[in-house]
Design a protein around this ligand. Structure first.
Ligand code: GTP
Length: 235
């Protein structure tokens, strides 16, 4: 395997599947099956999941809600998704632990880095809920932060598209995909991969980001096996 320990970032919206909001159990099951394939190969998997399928702090703020209040609701939404993903993974026979950045001890373990590492060493999937635990930070930033803390080899950002393009491939037919690109080029070209806080944190810590299509079966395994099916961003 090319990667021994990965941080998989999944968007909350991806869990909606064909729905307008909430969680599609079929999509959840598909993701759990994808993750099982790499666990079976001995890869250590940590996951950060977004909450946009339930609530987005920014959207709440744009409708007049206090931003901090909105972000707190968003953090809880990521915990709900984390619990759903935990169940789906357990249905596949995978051992999991959910750790949250905000304490909800009756429901999940609090985030403790050393403990997360131990779980990973034992082959358990660790899901990090609650984002960074702070308002004004995205779950992409949480993903990068946790990936650095647990010393992940790379952050795998699962999306609907199979990589980073010269333009939005869903809008521009002439858009061309990058196989590899540097952090510097992403910034210079104004490409959108992650928000700048997340992105620069990754760059400063020399943590590669791989953008790939999580909705195609077998892709996650191909990626960790070393096949470049997405776009790799590194220094
Ligand atoms: P090892 O010591 O490596 O075996 O890890 P472990 O997680 O199995 O140890 P522990 O005995 O501490 O945990 C047993 C179960 O309790 C696991 O399912 C944990 O996720 C859960 N657990 C541990 N701490 C907490 C907590 O603070 N809150 C909640 N809700 N569950 C917890």
């Amino acid at each position: 395997m090319q990667y021994k320990r990965i941080l998989l970032k999944l968007s909350g919206e991806a869990l909606m599947g064909e729905r307008q909001y909430g969680i599609d159990p079929n999509r959840l099951k598909e993701y759990a099956q994808e993750i099982k394939q790499v666990i079976d190969k001995g890869v250590e998997v940590a996951i950060v999941i977004g909450g946009g399928n339930i609530f987005r702090g920014v959207a709440g703020a744009s409708q007049g809600m206090d931003r901090v209040q909105g972000d707190h609701m968003g953090m809880l939404a990521t915990c709900i998704n984390g619990l759903a993903l935990q169940s789906a993974l357990e249905d596949q026979g995978i051992h999991t632990r959910l750790q949250t950045a905000i304490e909800i001890k009756e429901i999940a373990e609090p985030y403790i880095k050393r403990r997360a590492n131990r779980h990973l060493e034992k082959g358990r999937v660790v899901i990090f809920g609650g984002g960074t635990g702070n308002p004004y930070f995205t779950t992409d930033t949480a993903a990068v932060l946790r990936a650095i803390e647990i010393n992940a080899d790379a952050i795998l950002k699962g999306t609907r598209v199979d990589g980073i393009y010269t333009a939005d491939p869903e809008k521009d037919k002439d858009a061309v995909k990058y196989e590899n690109i540097t952090f510097k080029d992403v910034i210079e070209k104004g490409l959108k991969v992650m928000d700048m806080t997340a992105f620069t944190l990754s760059e400063e810590n020399k943590l590669p980001i791989i953008v790939f299509d999580m909705n195609t079966q077998g892709n996650l395994l191909k990626l960790v096996s070393g096949e470049n099916i997405g776009t790799i961003v590194d220094n």
